[in-house]
Design a binder for this molecule. Structure first.
Ligand SMILES: [Zn+2]
Ligand SMILES: [Zn+2]
Length: 253
């Protein structure tokens, strides 16, 4: 059995499947409801995610990505039903914004590949989503409701997933510890701050990020918001400002 993913049970019906053997330390979250399961992101696409998910649930699985960057959609090819924000639908259908050469270079950094991995066969996932997720849309798992929140900045169609009953935010690449990226042409530093303002106003109890250490305290959202506010005040919240470093995180602009 491929044990590329490390699986941790976060509570009675939520699991995290993590790719600790790659520098990005990417996380996929599996939420089990009464009638459906939701898989948030599918990682790099180098391990057998579906086999791992099927060991954890027999429920029908819907996949939602926080955004359509290669490291969050890698395992999509193993699933039939997935949703994306309309602003990134074309990224899955011929207009992915980064080259395969760049993606492969990122993939091969600090990487202990699973057995049988062949770089020549690696490609960026392309496909037709069967649901478009807009701001405020609810994914109903039977007894758990998960709301999509449009939080652009890191990417134009970035979504955070919000579980109001538990105060849990699945924050994707909007919030995590380490270097945040707002330097690509498709990023928008000002929108990044607006999204943080929106998220920081929620009654957060826990943040489950797309990369690195988890869980994060609600304070992380406030710290990043305050940092971006300070950069905005100094006129630095725009592309080309370079790496801006704070206590637990940095942002590359
Ligand atoms: Zn990303
Ligand atoms: Zn990411």
């Amino acid at each position: 059995m491929d044990n590329w993913f490390s699986i941790e049970q976060l509570n009675k019906d939520t699991f995290v499947l993590s790719e600790w053997r790659h520098w990005e330390e990417t996380h996929c979250y599996l939420l089990l409801g009464k009638t459906h399961a939701l898989l948030i992101d599918t990682g790099l696409g180098v391990g057998d995610l579906r086999a791992q998910v099927e060991q954890l649930t027999k429920l029908p699985v819907f996949v939602a990505c926080t955004h359509a960057h290669w490291d969050h959609i890698g395992g999509h090819r193993q699933f039939d039903r997935y949703g994306v924000h309309p602003a990134e639908q074309n990224w899955l259908q011929g207009s992915f914004p980064l080259s395969l050469a760049f993606v492969k270079q990122q993939l091969m950094r600090d990487f202990s590949p699973p057995k049988g991995f062949d770089l020549r066969e690696y490609h960026i996932f392309q496909g037709k989503p069967n649901r478009l997720l807009q701001d405020g849309d609810v994914i109903d798992l039977g007894d758990r409701q998960i709301m999509a929140l449009h939080t652009p900045g890191h990417s134009p169609g970035h979504l955070c997933f919000w579980e109001p009953d538990r105060g849990i935010l699945y924050s994707g690449d909007l919030i995590y510890e380490g270097i945040l990226y707002a330097n690509f042409p498709s990023t928008d530093p000002q929108a990044y701050l607006c999204s943080l303002e929106k998220i920081a106003a929620l009654p957060l109890r826990t943040i489950l990020p797309g990369h690195h250490r988890l869980p994060l305290a609600p304070q992380s959202a406030l710290e990043i918001r305050d940092g971006l506010r300070a950069l905005h005040t100094k006129g630095l919240l725009s592309q080309g400002s370079g790496l801006q470093t704070f206590e637990n995180w940095s942002i590359l602009l």
